[in-house]
Design a protein around this ligand. Structure first.
Ligand code: SF4
Length: 461
């Protein structure tokens, strides 16, 4: 028998518990166990006035933002609608059925004010990292670093070529917020001061973003999100927003390693990264200044394609500071003997020159295979060569084979960031906008990780 037609009836009273309607295996229920925002009121207290109208609860706003990033809701306007309608989202935000949802404009006001002034999103991120460490998910021993390019909210049509770009003519008084942030970060090593090379185009709406064709397709404006992860379980220990150029990304790894050491007392045994991080200065910083084993392929441009002897065919003796060529002759930095020994100076690229004697090369039977177009052979040696040698030795070990597999974890996190969290294009502009988005996304990824690795214990029936 067909039942009677369902008619909506506006009941006056309901007995309804949101708690009972959120499934036990819902993502937000698992995540909620690890969200500890008890400290944020105290953290924000100096940034609120003691008079005036009460503000929207900052914990509610952070919970709503976490819902947005965990569930991949990119628009704040849509996030407010979803929280209004979705029971699980209401439950996570501690909103009852009749509680009003804040307007989307509240996020913008707080973000540009108290949240940034107090560095609240950083505080929330570090609280979650501390929880991951406390739960035993990160030992801090084998870390991996990498960067991923995220498209900025800026279009090619609204940009100026470098020949016409004049930052000195911008009046900060009537410039938009993202432009003011660009002017403020011109001397910042992660942005303006990362490289003296001017970008081909500069965006009008977000001038701090980098015009990049690094992905091989059409170029666009972008920022880089830099991750330092613990490879035990893929926990993100630190995150940094930079311009999408190599110098800024290398600098961010140093910043993150020192910050993780300062904040959590972690000093890794090794750092795993790809060839992009294999510059001599980076390897030397890790190896000699921080005592961290660089599990990084060395950038080496000494290979030759014309069949002549490469630098690897010459043997270096550290004690005498001399190279010996395949013909058994010595290559030295200087052949003159000074009464007062002179300091050996490297060129601007940090390279020392070792030369063979012209007399030796002139009479050598191997000259055609060594230096057929030069009077005598010369070899360049980096001032960072001892650290480069140690990195080369590490590459030969079985530990390095393991490190290569562990490195995939950071790449998987970037894939997850883009495919699951939907962070393919930034919504906020300026270095601070990128920083906010990257911190919230990394916090969401760590919370999802905690929920996945430490599931809700099943209640015995
Ligand atoms: S050409 Fe000069 S440097 Fe090269 S093998 Fe002969 S002596 Fe040595």
């Amino acid at each position: 028998m067909m039942g009677s037609r369902q008619e909506a009836q506006g009941a006056l009273f309901y007995e309804f518990s949101i708690e009972a309607h959120v499934p036990p295996d819902h993502m937000l229920r698992s995540v909620d166990r690890f969200v500890d925002l008890t400290g944020i009121r105290q953290h924000l207290a100096p940034f609120y006035s003691s008079t005036g109208r009460p503000s929207v609860d900052p914990e509610l706003m952070i919970r709503m933002l976490l819902v947005g990033y965990i569930m991949g809701i990119r628009s704040e306007r849509r996030l407010c609608e979803e929280v209004h309608l979705n029971l699980a989202y209401r439950w996570f935000c501690r909103l009852d059925l009749s509680d009003p949802v804040p307007d989307h404009s509240t996020f913008s006001k707080n973000r540009h004010g108290r949240f940034r002034d107090s560095d609240l999103l950083r505080h929330v991120f570090e609280t979650v990292v501390a929880r991951c460490i406390a739960e035993g998910l990160a030992s801090g021993q084998r870390l991996a670093a990498d960067a991923s390019i995220i498209q900025a909210d800026a279009n090619r049509q609204n940009s100026t070529p470098k020949s016409d770009w004049q930052p000195g003519s911008i009046n900060p008084e009537d410039a938009p917020r993202a432009v003011r942030e660009y002017l403020e970060t011109l001397d910042d090593a992660a942005f303006g001061a990362a490289s003296p090379v001017e970008p081909k185009f500069t965006s009008h709406s977000d001038p701090a973003s980098q015009w990049t064709g690094a992905r091989g397709g059409p170029a666009y404006f972008a920022y880089s999100t830099n991750y330092l992860i613990d490879t035990d379980n893929g926990v993100i220990l630190d995150v940094e927003a930079t311009r999408s150029i190599r110098q800024a990304e290398l600098g961010s790894v140093r910043t993150m390693i020192d910050r993780v050491n300062y904040t959590f007392g972690l000093l890794p045994e090794r750092l795993i990264a790809d060839t992009a991080y294999g510059a001599g200065s980076m390897l030397d910083w890790l190896d000699r200044q921080r005592g961290i084993a660089p599990h990084i392929p060395v950038v080496d441009k000494s290979a030759r394609k014309d069949g002549t002897f490469e630098r690897a065919n010459f043997t270096y003796d550290a004690e005498t500071d001399v190279y010996t060529c395949p013909g058994g002759r010595e290559l030295k930095q200087s052949r003159r003997t000074f009464t007062k020994p002179r300091e050996k100076k490297a060129d601007k690229d940090g390279m020392l020159r070792y030369r063979a004697s012209k007399a030796d090369c002139d009479t050598c039977t191997l000259k055609s295979r060594c230096c057929p177009k030069e009077p005598a052979r010369k070899i360049l040696r980096s001032i960072f060569e001892p650290s480069r040698d140690r990195a080369r030795a590490i590459v030969q070990t079985t530990d390095y084979v393991i490190s290569c597999k562990l490195r995939k974890k950071v790449e998987m996190l970037f894939a997850h960031l883009k495919r699951i969290l939907g962070l393919t294009r930034l919504r906020l502009r300026g270095p601070n906008g990128a920083r906010d988005e990257f911190h919230l996304a990394a916090t969401a990824q760590n919370l999802r990780k905690l929920a996945k690795l430490l599931p809700v214990p099943e209640v015995a029936s």
